[in-house]
Design a protein around this ligand. Structure first.
Ligand code: BG6
Length: 484
């Protein structure tokens, strides 16, 4: 199987915050890899824009260092790196003043796709959008890319949307949720809508419950200040897990197009019921052999922010009424493992006798690492002893099924940036979707703040607080094990 690479049109991409962490870690290495693969044309231009006093050659040196640090050695090809650096330039600009803008305007090529990546804090979205507009740099076809956090609550998200809308049409705005760019997340849609096998069973008549787990081993590291204001709810649940929930629960869109897909996702968010306090577990990691406690990490011994959250959600529509969705995410857990598990109901009648135990089908989609799909089926245990039943996995690891190509799974940013250039918004969040997710999130947070809720401590390297296990046991269910 050889991947077919369709080169994108020539473009000028300006990265505001071009010297920042995201640019160095993700945006520039992703662009380099698209060039090395032949998808980014050699005459494309990538212009870093930031406050630092640098010229083109100084920025190229910084970009080279970033590639050496963040592109694995096996993927670094000196010839492709040289070609990539040729495409790179720099403008020193003042995001809130006038310095540098006329030079940037003069640099922009005619008849090419223009994209502006705002890899900066949300406070700079409006001043940058204004200057792009006032200096005639942004054309009606230009694209603007923004990152999370997209707001801190509904009000701030509305304000950001309104600010961007002053100068850009919704069709020009690309709000990144990098989970949507993950290859396996897209696979979720391929599995659901490319096979006839699953869709007839994809409803509360056959599905007992669905579990979504995004477990991380990292702590909050150097991001304590941001994280302590966000917590797992705002940092992960409101966006990444919500997007996964939408893809797993939405109705089949009529086609794989931006508005058809996003209309269906929006309906899921709007159909979410209010969450009862008893259906939420918040946790905070304690000190352990691998590192200090959460409170030490954020340098606030009284912090009540959660580094773990588990919730039971229900969706009020015909397809899902009666099927609970259990979502959990946390830091410093046992393994880095993200999985969606669709647990089917028991067979209506056991012809082998009631004492044969409970056997259930299960479809697990492993998002990362070890990407793959597992279908749990019940078979007869081999050998004598009558009809003894056992559950076994039909396991398909993408690495085994697809061979070397699976090693080449592109980073989410590679796909997403190329989609920006192609003008395809399907894997980006629409403004109303983001607002709907906040409208669901805000009252949940307000309620626990009003109650003075304190997160439950959990051990590093565990599966989160005991209370999260109880959330499931109470319903006679259990979480899947967290393992890499
Ligand atoms: C980010 C969060 O959006 O996603 C981080 O801010 C989190 O806290 C990260 O660690 C997880 O992304 P990935 O791709 O490593 O699963």
């Amino acid at each position: 199987m050889v991947a077919r690479i369709i080169p994108v049109d020539p473009f000028d991409l300006v990265i505001f915050g071009g010297t920042g962490d995201l640019a160095r870690r993700k945006i520039l290495p992703s662009l380099y890899r698209r060039l090395a693969d032949g998808q980014m044309p050699d005459d494309a231009r990538v212009i870093g824009a930031a406050r630092s006093e640098l010229d083109d050659s100084g920025y190229r040196a910084m970009v080279r260092e970033a590639l050496e640090e963040f592109v694995p050695e096996a993927r670094r090809d000196p010839e492709a790196m040289a070609r990539f650096l040729e495409c790179v330039g720099y403008e020193q600009i003042d995001a809130t003043g006038e310095a540098g803008w006329a030079r940037l305007a003069a640099r922009m090529g005619a008849g090419r796709v223009r994209a502006f990546y705002l890899s900066v804090g949300p406070g700079l979205f409006l001043p940058l959008a204004e200057r792009l507009h006032d200096h005639g740099i942004a054309t009606p076809e230009s694209r603007i890319v923004v990152e999370k956090p997209f707001g801190h609550d509904l009000e701030s998200a509305r304000e950001l949307n309104a600010n961007l809308a002053r100068h850009f049409d919704e069709t020009q705005i690309y709000r990144i949720d990098h989970y949507l760019g993950k290859e396996t997340v897209q696979n979720l849609m391929a599995v659901r809508f490319g096979n006839v096998l699953f869709e007839p069973l994809w409803n509360s008549q056959y599905v007992d419950h669905i579990q979504i787990t995004v477990a991380e081993t990292v702590g909050v590291g150097g991001r304590g200040e941001y994280y302590d204001r966000a917590g797992a709810m705002r940092d992960m649940m409101q966006n990444h897990l919500m997007q996964l929930l939408c893809l797993i629960a939405m109705e089949p869109p009529s086609r794989f197009g931006a508005d058809s897909v996003r209309d269906e996702k929006l309906k899921v968010i709007r159909a979410l019921d209010e969450v009862e306090p008893a259906d939420i577990v918040r946790g905070q990691y304690e000190a352990g052999p691998d590192g200090p406690s959460y409170r030490d990490d954020v340098d606030d011994m009284r912090s009540r922010t959660e580094s773990f959250i588990a919730m039971k959600l229900s969706i009020s529509n015909w397809r899902w009424a009666g099927t609970p969705f259990y979502l959990r995410t946390g830091k410093r857990l046992r393994a880095r493992a993200s999985e969606i598990a669709v647990v089917f109901k028991d067979a209506p009648h056991s012809i082998f006798g009631a004492d044969r135990g409970r056997h259930r089908n299960l479809l697990s989609i492993r998002l990362q690492p070890n990407e793959g799909i597992e279908l749990g089926v019940t078979i007869k245990e081999p050998g004598p002893g009558g009809m003894r039943l056992v559950d076994v996995p039909l396991d398909m690891s993408f690495a085994e099924a697809l061979g070397p190509e699976a090693d080449e799974i592109p980073d989410a940013y590679e796909r997403l940036i190329m989609d920006v250039i192609r003008g395809n918004q399907t894997l980006f969040m629409r403004g109303d979707e983001v607002e709907a997710a906040w409208a669901w999130t805000d009252p949940v947070i307000a309620a626990w703040e009003a109650r003075g809720d304190v997160p439950a401590p959990y051990e590093q390297g565990s599966a989160g607080p005991e209370e999260a296990q109880i959330l499931m046991h109470r319903d006679n269910r259990r979480w899947r094990e967290i393992r890499a």
